[in-house]
Design a protein around this ligand. Structure first.
Ligand code: ADP
Length: 442
C-alpha cells in the first residue's frame, strides 16, 4: 500500500480523495495556494504545503512546485483529482520520471485519448459508433464537401478541447470562416494546440457516458451509464444514474463495445467514455482519462468506491470482480451547487456567513465549504455536490426536492432555486430532457 499520497487539487475533490486515503490508512499531503490557506482540505490533511499565489496558473498548475512538494514530503504517489493537471500528459510523465506513482492512466494513454481526433479513430477502429466528422479542417474544399454531405449545422471542436472551450456551432455557410478563425485562437490560448476538427451537430441528443474501471492486467469493467444531459454552456449541472432512456440491451451493448475498446488499448485506472445518444443511436464524442465530477452517482448505484479503486489500480492490484458481479441497484441524482447568480450565472465569490447542509437517509453532500470559510474568486464556482439515492427514481427526486429545501447557504448566491425548478419540471420528471434543456434560461 502507498504510505503517503499528495493530492494535487483543492475543494471538494481534494477532500473526497483525502477521505479515501484515511480509510486506507494512507497519510496525505495537501497542496494549496495562498488563497486557500484555511481551506478544509488543508486542515484535514496530515501535512500541507503552499505551492504558489492565488492564480491557478502559479499554484495548482505549477508543475515544478507540485513535484518539489511531493519530493520534500516523501510522497510515493500523486492523485490529480479532476481539472487542473489531471489530464496533463506532461505532468504524468514528469511524475513517472521522478519515480512517483501518478494515480491515473499512464502518460501514454492520457496522450492518446486526450487527443480527441486520435480517440475518435481508436474508437471507430474498435467498432464503436462515433459522431460523423472531418479531421482535417485545413483544406476548405474538404470542409465544404463535408458540409454538403451531412448538411448544417456543424460543430467545430478543438482536438485538445475541454470545458467547452474552442467549440463553435456553425448554422450558416457564411459563419464558417469566422467560426474556424475564432475557435483556432481560443484553442491555442486554452490548450496551446490549435488543431481543430468538425462534427455533425446533433441538435437534441442526450449526453450519456459510460464509466470504465481497468487494472494493469488487462481486466476492464464497465460500471453503467450516467445521463448528463442537463447542461449549461456545455457544462453539466445535473446528472443521474441510470438513465431513463436506455433499455437494458442497449446498456449492455454499448458497455461491451466500450469494454473491448479499452481492452484493446490496455487502458488502466478509471475513465469515462462520453456519447451523444439520439434516436436510439450512440455517437462517441470523447474520453475523459480521469475521475469525473459526477462519479458519486455511480458509486451510489454500484456501491464501488471509485477513488479507492483508482488507488488499487495504481498499485497494480488485480480487479477481482467480474462484469456479472456489477449490478446497478436503485437510482442516484447529483445536483452541482455553484456559487453563482441564479439568473445571470455570474460567479459569486464571498464569505459563507451561514451554512447548514441537508442530511438523512440517502443524502450525500460532497463539499468543501463550512460556516466562516471564504469562496475565493480564482477557481471554479462549484462549491458542493448534492447527491440523493433511493430505491427508485421517483423517491430519489422527492429526496432531492427535500434536500434542496433544507440546504442553507448564506453569503454567496447559489443555483439551489434553479435546481428546484429543474427537478420539478415536466421534462425532468418524465425523463424527456436533452442537452438543449437549459437554453430556456438564457
Ligand atoms: P468538452 O470536452 O469541451 O467538454 P465535449 O466533446 O465533451 O467537450 O462536449 C461537451 C458538450 O458539448 C456535450 O455534452 C454536448 O452537449 C455538446 N456537444 C459536443 N459535440 C456535439 C455535437 N456533435 N452535437 C451536439 N452537441 C455537441
Amino acid at each position: 500500500m502507498f504510505k503517503k499520497i499528495l493530492i494535487a487539487n483543492r475543494g471538494e475533490i481534494a477532500l473526497r480523495i483525502l477521505r479515501a486515503c484515511k480509510e486506507l490508512n494512507i497519510k496525505t499531503v495537501a497542496i494549496h495556494s495562498e488563497a486557500d490557506e484555511s481551506a478544509i482540505h488543508v486542515k484535514m490533511a496530515d501535512e500541507s504545503i503552499c505551492v504558489g499565489p492565488a492564480s491557478a496558473q502559479l499554484s495548482y498548475l505549477n508543475i515544478p512546485a507540485i513535484v518539489t512538494a511531493a519530493t520534500l514530503t516523501n510522497a510515493d504517489a500523486i492523485h490529480p483529482g479532476y481539472g487542473f493537471l489531471s489530464e496533463s500528459k506532461r505532468f504524468a510523465e514528469i511524475i513517472e520520471e521522478h519515480k512517483i506513482k501518478f494515480i491515473g492512466p499512464t502518460s501514454k494513454h492520457i496522450g492518446i485519448m486526450g487527443d480527441k481526433i486520435k480517440a475518435r479513430r481508436i474508437m471507430r477502429d474498435n467498432g464503436v459508433p462515433i459522431v460523423p466528422g472531418l479531421h482535417d479542417v485545413n483544406d476548405i474544399n474538404q470542409v465544404n464537401k463535408f458540409i454538403d454531405e451531412i448538411g448544417l449545422p456543424i460543430i467545430i471542436k478543438a482536438a485538445s478541447g475541454g470545458g467547452g472551450k474552442g467549440m463553435r456551432i456553425v448554422k450558416k455557410n457564411n459563419e464558417l470562416k469566422n467560426a474556424l478563425g475564432s475557435a483556432k485562437i481560443e484553442a491555442k490560448k486554452s490548450f496551446n494546440n490549435d488543431i481543430l476538427y468538425i462534427e455533425k451537430f446533433i441538435s437534441t441528443p442526450k449526453h450519456i457516458e459510460i464509466q470504465i474501471l481497468a487494472d494493469a492486467h488487462g481486466n476492464v469493467l464497465t460500471l453503467g451509464e450516467r445521463d448528463c444531459s442537463i447542461q449549461r454552456k456545455h457544462q453539466k449541472l445535473i446528472e443521474e444514474c441510470p438513465s431513463l432512456c436506455l433499455e437494458e440491451n442497449e446498456r449492455q451493448e454499448i458497455s461491451e463495445l466500450c469494454r473491448k475498446a479499452m481492452m484493446s488499448i490496455g487502458y488502466e485506472g478509471v475513465g469515462t467514455l462520453e456519447f451523444l445518444y439520439d434516436n436510439k443511436k450512440f455517437y462517441f464524442m470523447e474520453m475523459n482519462t480521469r475521475l469525473q465530477v459526477e462519479h458519486p452517482i455511480t458509486e451510489m448505484v454500484t456501491q464501488i468506491d471509485l477513488v479507492k479503486e483508482q488507488i488499487f489500480a495504481a498499485l497494480g492490484e488485480k480487479i477481482t470482480k467480474k462484469q456479472d458481479d456489477i449490478l446497478l441497484k436503485g437510482h442516484a441524482i447529483e445536483c452541482r451547487i455553484n456559487a453563482e447568480h441564479p439568473e445571470t450565472f455570474i460567479p459569486s465569490p464571498g464569505n459563507i456567513k451561514q451554512y447548514y447542509q441537508p442530511g438523512g437517509l440517502g443524502i450525500r453532500v460532497d463539499s468543501s465549504i463550512y460556516q466562516g470559510c471564504s469562496v475565493p474568486p480564482y477557481y471554479d464556482s462549484l462549491i458542493a455536490k448534492l447527491i440523493t439515492y433511493a430505491d427508485n427514481r421517483e423517491d430519489c427526486i422527492k429526496k432531492m426536492k427535500r434536500a434542496l429545501e433544507e440546504y442553507i447557504i448564506v453569503g454567496v448566491d447559489t443555483n439551489i432555486q434553479l435546481h428546484q425548478k429543474i427537478i420539478q419540471s415536466d421534462e425532468f420528471i418524465t425523463g424527456n430532457y436533452y442537452i438543449n434543456y437549459m437554453s430556456r434560461f438564457d
